[in-house]
Design a binder for this molecule. Structure first.
Ligand code: MG
Length: 682
């Protein structure tokens, strides 16, 4: 029996010697489309004038479970050339998604990336690079209005090998304009022999509409409707597996576009729906069928010199549409600021036809000139609200401010402006800030808006800014509820874990989401939610009772269920909120506290957030691996553990056959000698 093992050992020796002459080299980059350029690092450059690597398969699996999405992309790339070559795994991520896992199998070895604090990841990365090891890290952008991120890894792989990449990312879908939307981008750059996507959606409230399409991004091909399988009222499955011929029909380079999943659930006209899973709950509130409530709105418009030209023209065009859409039972006014402050009317006025026409005439007459007293404009607006009356409000009060720059007149210190305006507003008015162009003070506007229950939005000067402005107004034009407070059975919920549960407004087409951890010591069997809010004619008081038991069995594995979806949804919401709070707080000590909490949760839940990075480092010659190295097939696992994990010879001797072990050890010695020789040459 010894002979076959000797032969096996010699075959392995030959394979390993060949492999050692084409050692693994790889690099990882991740960059945002707009700002960074890919950093390329290569240790070994080879002649690649041979058959380029091809993508043999792509499998996309996306599960949406009660708005929480987990998407996994698996890609296999084959290098069939006789030389080592670079292969690239590239993927476009949705802007709100956190990467939650990345793994690759290169030359049969599994590399599991680790999530580390950003600084620690950078240090490990720098040290590895200094030692001549290959290393890569993946960072998430931290921009206010983040564009789509691109995840890219370039790796140099041995001849005649297949590499497998596995990327997972997760996000919570936000309801906007009455729909929930999920997009999965796919652009392999070639026709792929095995390409399959499966999208599984489970919504306990059932679907009021659902549309799943493939949209080829050539500006010509109409969106392709994908067939839906509906095993029950609350689940939908979509399978898309285009043949090579079908991919060729899309373009010479195959598919280049995205899956577009657009749906909505069935809404009630009251307190919504609660799901409970494994000790966590998630409450979605999105009542429909209730009347639009009144709003009092003041438009605060920057007419400083920098707004002259196209910006003022576009602003006038947008205001023309917006003022026309203000409902006749609403109240409104206009304040303009440059180095002085001017009011159109001394108070809020009813949006009658005559008043709106007068307002439009005033807007047409505006000219841009002078400095930028942003603080003065806002103070005037709050004063106007104070005079009009903010006590016992019968309408939702909001300020919409539009500016293109930084304050230059009046109060110009950023902290003083935010503190002063926030103190004046006292949570009674929602402040929405629109930043026009690229020279705006993002941080100032973000802090002003989010500290005052509004939203900050950047408006691009390119494209169609007038449409962007009116689109934004449409989102906030129809409040259904305001001054909303949601409470839960106090003994049932751990209060420290409750996400935001008070909101100044709920707009038509949106959704409020509250999540938290159930108190483990709670012995009752009912979670009672109470939703209190102002509506058009009265103060609503809705109650929702939910039995405290898992809606999905905890250990159920199903393509329709994201593992621990309620807990991960809670973690996602909490981290997003902590990151926002850390940016907008005016207290330095609080900022650190929020960042620390967000960091710890990102590490615990293995999310790549703006505070963490994915890091993956090639084994050094001392065989120390900061990540797990596992062979896919069992045949070489022991030997690779020995080489790559620094196993002892005793472990090897304990293995099932000592002759095989001897041959493998001999192969390892030869391999190490060749590496040393190469290092000496380098
Ligand atoms: Mg200006």
């Amino acid at each position: 029996m010894a002979f076959p093992h000797l032969v096996l050992g010699l075959i392995l020796l030959s394979v390993l010697c060949l492999a050692s002459s084409f050692p693994l080299a790889w690099h990882i980059t991740c960059f945002t489309k707009e700002t960074d350029s890919p950093h390329v690092h290569q240790l070994f450059r080879k002649d690649v004038s041979k058959t380029p690597p091809i993508i043999a398969s792509i499998f996309v699996d996306s599960t949406i479970n009660t708005r929480f999405v987990s998407t996994t992309i698996k890609k296999e790339i084959v290098n069939s050339a006789k030389v080592s070559q670079d292969v690239t795994f590239r993927f476009q991520l949705p802007p709100d998604a956190f990467i939650s896992d990345f793994m690759m199998i290169i030359d049969g070895i599994r590399y599991q990336a680790e999530v580390k604090p950003k600084e620690e990841a950078q240090k490990a990365f720098d040290e590895a690079r200094e030692k001549g090891q290959n290393a890569g890290q993946v960072k998430q952008s931290d921009s206010v209005d983040s564009t789509t991120d691109e995840f890219e890894i370039n790796i140099n792989v041995s001849p005649n090998t297949a590499s497998v990449f596995h990327l997972q990312f997760q996000e919570l879908l936000h309801r906007d304009k009455g729909v929930l939307q999920h997009m999965i981008y796919l652009s392999p750059g070639q026709v792929v022999e095995n390409l399959e996507a499966n999208i599984y959606i489970k919504e306990p409230q059932g679907f009021s509409s659902i549309d799943v399409t493939w949209e080829q991004e050539d500006g010509q091909t109409p969106a392709k409707q994908l067939e839906q399988d509906r095993p029950s009222d609350e689940v939908v499955h979509v399978n898309f597996a285009p043949s090579m011929e079908e991919q060729e029909m899309a373009s010479d380079l195959g598919l280049n576009g995205h899956f577009n999943v657009v749906y909505d659930v069935i809404h009630d006209d009251g307190p919504g729906d609660i799901q409970i899973h494994n000790g966590y709950f998630v409450h979605h509130i999105s009542p429909e069928g209730i009347p639009i409530t009144r709003k009092n709105v003041i438009f605060v418009i920057d007419v400083s010199g920098s707004m002259s030209g196209n910006k003022l023209t576009q602003t006038k065009s947008a205001l023309n549409t917006i003022i026309g859409e203000v409902r006749d039972f609403d109240m409104f006014s206009i304040i303009i600021f440059s180095d002085t402050i001017e009011t159109w009317e001394t108070s809020l006025v009813s949006a009658t036809k005559a008043k709106k026409e007068k307002a439009l005439k005033y807007i047409r007459s505006l000219n841009a000139d002078g400095g930028t007293d942003l603080h003065g404009g806002l103070v005037k607006a709050v004063d106007m609200f104070e005079t009009y009356g903010l006590e016992s409000p019968s309408a939702f009060s909001m300020i919409i401010m539009l500016t293109d720059g930084v304050p230059t007149e009046g109060k110009t210190n950023r902290d003083e402006i935010v503190n002063d305006i926030t103190e004046k507003i006292q949570n009674r008015i929602a402040l929405f800030c629109l930043g026009f162009g690229s020279n705006v003070d993002d941080l100032l506007l973000e802090r002003l808006a989010f500290n005052n229950q509004g939203v900050y939005k950047q408006i691009s000067v390119n494209g169609d800014p007038s449409n962007e402005l009116t689109g934004f107004y449409d989102e906030v034009a129809s409040p259904l509820l305001f001054n909303i407070d949601i409470q839960y059975t106090s003994a049932a919920v751990d209060p420290a874990t409750l996400t935001q549960s008070s909101f100044i407004s709920y707009f038509q087409g949106k959704e409020l989401v509250v999540s938290g951890k159930l108190n483990p010591s709670f012995t009752g069997n009912e979670l009672l939610a109470t939703v209190m809010a102002n509506s058009l004619n009265d103060r609503v008081n809705w109650q929702l009772s939910k039995e405290v038991k898992d809606d999905v069995p905890v250990n159920e594995t199903s393509p329709y269920v994201v593992a621990d979806f309620a807990e991960r949804l809670w973690a996602y919401l909490t981290i997003k909120d902590l990151l926002l709070q850390s940016r907008i707080t005016m207290l330095e000590s609080k900022r650190e506290e929020f960042r620390e909490k967000a960091l710890n949760m990102s590490l615990h839940y293995r999310f790549v957030t703006p505070l963490t990075s994915l890091v993956i480092i090639q084994a050094d010659n001392d065989s120390v691996l900061p990540f797990s190295g596992q062979r896919n097939d069992d045949g070489l696992a022991e030997f690779e553990d020995y080489i790559f994990k620094g196993g002892s010879n005793a472990d090897c001797v304990k293995s099932s056959n000592q002759i095989t072990c001897f041959c493998l050890t001999l192969a390892w010695v030869v391999l190490r000698l060749m590496y040393m020789h190469k290092n000496l040459l380098n």
